[in-house]
Design a protein around this ligand. Structure first.
Ligand code: GTP
Length: 322
């Protein structure tokens, strides 16, 4: 079976970090976001097809030098074709039922169970659904009593939402879906799904966690969720001196902590130096960054080789080279 990961978006909401790093390669607890999608794929998935466009060379370099346990094929779009166009563009790789994923979703969906559900219910596809209190920022799904999707609403006002179930960006499709995607730039959500409802599109609800890592805030939620679920890890190669303090659950790689306070929910990559009196919480500090004396970093992503100057306060920001 093939799994298709949509990984060609520009990631504009994560700029400036995504000027030099495509979203699927942003490290989440030491591994690129896309690995967190590939790892839990069912055993019957032998090939992962990555629909790429923006910064495809960086993705190519990563998959050429890392074994992720399955065959990985990158299919390029000269210019991004949208989520639907990207599916159409990989048609020659699809010969049967396939799984499709938005490349920025970190979630606990049980794909084996979802496949079982899909095979039991039939139809052209099955969409994973996630329940939220306020669906106003999402694609909302209406269903009949048998779980078949009957309507869609894009980002409705909270009081007008037809349900609290949203499209989680994880799908199982039959090959037949390809016949319903026109050529060119096409959105699955807007242009295709509303037109295939009569072909049987079912909803599959799941519990646990679901995070769309399209924003700084959500990437840090994903980091916190995975840290709380899996526990932290401190590299034995970390150097800690001058009573540097770690509180809560964190992941710290081969870095240097000097008289600072770290935590909770902090990820620190290799070759980072955090200086005396600095405080870092709920943040990601990437390779080679320098946090100078007395600086405070909270709810932020500090990109590779960036410097937070002495005494500076960085709150809820992405700091990265442009
Ligand atoms: P923003 O610019 O911040 O909205 O991010 P994005 O470009 O990634 O868009 P969005 O978050 O809506 O995309 C959801 C998923 O679809 C991401 O995994 C994207 O990589 C992917 N995606 C979006 N547009 C395209 C496209 O045109 N081609 C491909 N191959 N993937 C896409």
């Amino acid at each position: 079976m093939k799994a298709l990961i949509l990984a060609g978006g520009l990631g504009t909401r994560l700029r400036p970090l995504t000027y030099r790093m495509p979203k699927p390669l942003i490290p989440l607890l030491g591994r690129p976001l896309v690995d967190h999608i590939i790892d839990p794929l069912p055993a019957e998935v032998d090939t992962v097809v990555l629909a790429v466009s923006y910064m495809k060379d960086a993705l190519d370099a990563y998959f050429s030098s890392h074994d992720v346990g399955r065959k990985v094929v990158l299919v390029n779009e000269e210019a991004p074709l949208g989520t639907g166009g990207a599916v159409k563009n990989v048609a020659h790789y699809i010969n049967d039922t396939f799984i499709a994923f938005n490349g920025d979703v970190v979630c606990s969906v049980d794909l084996n169970d979802m496949l079982h559900h899909h095979r039991e219910h039939g139809g052209i596809g099955t969409m994973a659904l996630w329940r939220v209190d306020d669906p106003s920022a999402f694609g909302v799904v209406g269903r009949d009593s048998r779980g078949r999707i009957t309507s869609f609403q894009e980002k409705p006002a909270k009081e007008e939402a037809i349900s609290n179930s949203i499209n989680a960006g994880v799908y199982i499709f039959e090959k037949e879906l390809l016949d319903h995607i026109p050529a060119g730039v096409v959105s699955l959500e807007r242009d295709v799904f509303p037109k295939i409802l009569n072909k049987g599109l079912h909803g599959y609800e799941f519990k646990g966690h679901w995070i769309d890592c399209g924003t700084r805030e959500n990437i840090l939620v994903a980091q916190r969720t995975l840290l709380d679920l899996g526990g932290g890890r401190i590299s034995p190669e970390m150097i800690k001196e001058d009573d540097a303090m770690l509180t809560g659950v964190n992941m710290v790689q081969r870095s240097h902590l000097r008289g600072c306070r770290i935590g909770p929910h902090v990820y620190i990559e290799d070759d980072v130096l955090i200086s005396k009196g600095a405080e870092v919480s709920e943040s990601m500090v990437l390779r080679g960054a320098l946090i100078e004396e007395g600086a405070k970093v909270q709810g932020s992503i500090i990109g590779p080789d960036c410097v937070v100057a002495r005494g500076q306060a960085v709150k809820d920001q992405i700091v990265a080279r442009t």
